[in-house]
Write a protein that binds this ligand. Structure first.
Ligand SMILES: Cc1cc2nc3c(=O)[nH]c(=O)nc-3n(C[C@H](O)[C@H](O)[C@H](O)COP(=O)(O)O)c2cc1C
Ligand code: SF4
Length: 752
């Protein structure tokens, strides 16, 4: 029976078993299971944001059909689906399933690939291994896997008869989308590619967890080919670990898992997984593995290719599995099945880890940068502006634009993990990542709040000996008034973000929350904050992929959903677009930025030139100083954006600037009252409105912008009280004045 016939037969069987209540709809990449149930007991299982109107064909009226759109990126459940627990039920043999009268929602799992079930045999591969295209993938936290991967690359590169030069790719920095290689495989080299993976193991959370999760999800995702690695010529994994500290099962456990998942995904294992203790055996042993693998490629001896081997791997499957892969499975059994699949022999992968454990390289790296790690997933840091303000010098642009004194502001994040790997973020390589699911231990909001304040105050205390600290500001700093939920990571990812923000407000601390526009569901559910930012890092899909390197393949749809949410569900908030300009990455195509403004209609737009945060070599960050725009270039950008919007009838104008931070603020004209800009915030009024329980919007708690911060003012955002202390600011101010004078002279010369 062909695959198509098999699916058809299963559909018919499903239909009959369900008493005619089930239908399966496959359309434009959306697979929906539809189940029409007794009207009285109708409960909406879920709903796609597009509100696919399922219409009962017979009556032509909307029918009580529940569409489960598994591709939706912006699905917000109206109620939680309760999958009844049935612990006694395990996956039954197909015969017993067929004889059962009552059926509930079904899921069709993918069939095994059609194999000839032949005995394993000595097989010569159809392609000469030396004709293959070899990809060497690695991931590293402390550098040894990168070194070993390079040694492997150099060895293979110099093999005399290898036709194609191998490709060396870091999974963290060179592979933006894992699906490109580990769901699809390189099309032009179909059946010719060999994947070699050099992987360390980390008991603590690391990007390897994310990679393994991707392999596992691919295997469990019934929408996609379950065996995509079949189209490779083969694969092999070289694992690095430490057998002294992580003996037994834990030794090289993630390399072993990767080897298993690659096999389960249909890949042919060309060589046994290497398990090297870097403490005792080190590079001599990795070199032996490399040498042996190179010999295998060169002598082209036939080797065992057992098509059934990886799938029926008895170490990892028990007998039930043979049955379940070809049977219909109750939805209520799915939880058990997934749990079972997730833990079988792969138990260490599913254990819940801490996001940033104390002994992890990420912890070391963050603390070295001055972060205090709060609990296991939050962080707090005082920025240089807080120090500057404590010394009676300037505050950051937030003082110029919104009236926030830097020494009263705490910068924190309740989630150091994020779903992007932005080029201007220094963290990739060691940063905890996840697409959209929280997969770590979770700290309660009280603990995050207490820890963040404690960490912040401790850092302030440490400033007491610094020359120039002003006593009154030092005292004031022990009563935080503002909280910037930005720093690094993605605050909205934290499942208790609303509770956390509520706690801030209870203590009369204002909340500025910055999110990366990748989590529409969480954004839609966010409660009131003082100012809600969405980062807009590029104007087009291609550019966004280049700049943010998002983990979610539907990143653009997610961003678009977030824009719609700002205009609709969250339109009562004071919303701000944050643009970080990176030369050569995202400064063209101004009219596409204008399109986005029109789509979201934010209250204000904050445009900031990127700042340089380290060399490209140390952290995989590809930015150099050439990518950092001058203030003049940022000004030109903003002027063009404002002209574009005005030409289309949208009332946004340039309101304020802070030249020192290379930062400019545009605002909707409703913030211009009585001939003056009102971009500042009346914080006591905000809390008054919040406590009143009344509805209010972005212009109900505004305050006048000071003259020195207004766009085009002589001070260009330098507070005259502070600038006299700030030599750098003073220098910048003088430079701007000189530039301005030179411009005037040139203009006069033109006139004459
Ligand atoms: C926090 C931490 C956790 C580790 N966990 C394991 C482990 O579970 N199993 C293991 O075999 N090795 C473990 N190791 C050892 C590393 O895998 C080993 O040092 C490896 O060479 C590091 O590779 P890298 O330099 O490419 O990051 C751990 C090391 C650290 C620092
Ligand atoms: S969204 Fe923020 S934390 Fe995440 S990668 Fe980008 S800059 Fe870094």
């Amino acid at each position: 029976m062909s695959l198509g016939n098999t699916v058809l037969a299963l559909c018919c069987m499903l239909y009959l078993l369900s008493g005619g209540r089930w239908s399966i709809v496959i359309a434009a990449g959306t697979l929906s299971l539809m189940y029409s149930k007794n009207k009285q007991s109708s409960q909406v299982i879920s709903k796609s944001i597009s509100e696919d109107k399922a219409v009962d064909k017979e009556s032509s009226k909307p029918s009580p059909i529940y569409a489960v759109d598994f591709t939706s990126t912006s699905f917000t459940p109206e109620s939680t689906t309760n999958i009844p627990e049935n612990k006694s039920r395990s996956v039954k043999p197909i015969s017993s399933i067929r004889s059962r009268g009552r059926r509930s929602p079904k899921i069709i799992k993918a069939n095994k690939p059609i194999t000839n079930n032949s005995e394993p045999a000595l097989t010569r591969s159809t392609v000469n291994l030396l004709d293959s295209q070899i990809y060497i993938f690695y991931t590293t936290l402390t550098g040894s896997s990168q070194r070993v991967a390079k040694a492997l690359y150099e060895k293979l590169e110099n093999l005399p008869n290898l036709i194609n030069k191998p490709k060396l790719l870091s999974l963290d920095d060179d592979v933006d989308d894992l699906e490109e290689y580990f769901l699809k495989t390189p099309e032009s080299e179909k059946n010719k590619s060999i994947y070699l993976l050099v992987l360390p193991s980390y008991e603590t959370d690391s990007p390897i967890d994310y990679f393994l999760e991707h392999l596992k999800e691919t295997y469990q995702d019934f929408r996609v080919d379950k065996y995509p690695m079949r189209s490779l010529l083969g694969f092999a994994v070289l694992g690095l670990g430490d057998s002294e500290s992580w003996a037994g099962d834990k030794f090289c456990y993630q390399a072993k898992l990767a080897d298993r998942w690659m096999g389960k995904l249909g890949g042919r294992r060309l060589y046994p997984v290497g398990e090297v203790c870097m403490k005792y055996d080190g590079e001599p042993k990795t070199n032996t593995w490399i040498q042996n693998f190179a010999s295998l490629l060169a002598d082209d001896e036939p080797f065992y290719l057992d098509a059934n081997d990886e799938i029926d791997d008895s170490d990892y499957e028990n007998d039930d599995d043979d049955e379940d892969s070809n049977t219909l499975v109750d939805v209520e059994d799915m939880g058990d099945i997934i749990k079972k699949q997730g833990t079988k022999g792969l138990s260490s992968q599913t254990e819940v880890k801490q996001m940033v454990a104390k002994d992890s390289p990420t912890y070391k790296s963050l603390t070295k940068q001055g972060y205090t790690i709060v609990g296991s997933h939050s962080g707090v840091k005082i920025c240089r502006w807080t120090k500057s303000a404590l010394r009676g010098r300037g505050s950051c642009y937030k003082f110029a634009f919104y009236g926030i004194k830097s020494h009263l502001c705490m910068e924190t994040t309740p989630s150091l993990a994020c779903s992007n790997k932005c080029v201007f973020c220094w963290r990739h390589g060691t940063n905890p990542v996840a697409k959209s699911n929280w997969r770590w231990e979770l700290d309660p909001p009280e603990k995050v709040m207490e820890g963040a304040l404690q960490g912040h105050y401790q850092k302030i205390k440490q400033m007491r000996g610094v020359p120039g600290i002003q006593m009154d500001r030092f005292d004031e700093a022990f009563k935080v008034k503002h909280c910037a939920l930005s720093l690094v990571g993605e605050p909205i990812f934290y499942p208790y973000i609303n509770e956390f923000v509520g706690m801030l407000h209870e203590q009369q601390i204002s909340s500025f929350l910055v999110c990366n526009a990748q989590h529409p569901d969480q954004l839609a559910k966010l409660n009131r904050v003082t100012q809600l930012y969405v980062s807009i890092d590029a104007p087009t899909k291609t550019d966004l992929k280049k700049v943010d390197r998002p983990l979610n393949s539907d990143f653009w749809d997610r961003l678009m959903s977030c824009l719609d949410i700002l205009r609709t569900t969250q339109s009562h908030q004071r919303t701000v677009f944050r643009l970080t300009l990176v030369k050569g990455f995202n400064m063209n195509d101004i009219s596409s930025y204008a399109d986005m403004v029109i789509r979201a209609q934010p209250s204000q737009i904050e445009i900031k030139g990127a700042t340089f945060c380290g060399s490209s070599n140390s952290n995989g960050n590809p930015l150099t100083m050439q990518n950092i725009p001058f203030y003049e270039e940022c000004k030109q950008f903003v002027i063009s954006l404002s002209e574009d919007l005005k030409s289309r009838g949208y009332d946004y104008e340039i309101a304020a600037e802070h030249a020192h931070s290379c930062c400019i603020l545009m605002a909707h004209k409703r913030f211009y009252r009585n001939g003056k800009w009102h971009t500042h915030i009346d914080y006591p009024r905000f809390f008054e409105l919040l406590e009143s329980g009344e509805e209010f919007n972005d212009v109900d708690y505004i305050k006048e912008t000071p003259e020195w911060a207004v766009w085009g003012s002589e001070e260009a955002g330098f507070n005259p009280v502070d600038t006299k202390f700030d030599r750098k600011a003073e220098k910048m101010k003088n430079r701007l004045e000189r530039e301005e004078k030179a411009k005037r002279v040139l203009e006069q010369q033109k006139v004459h």
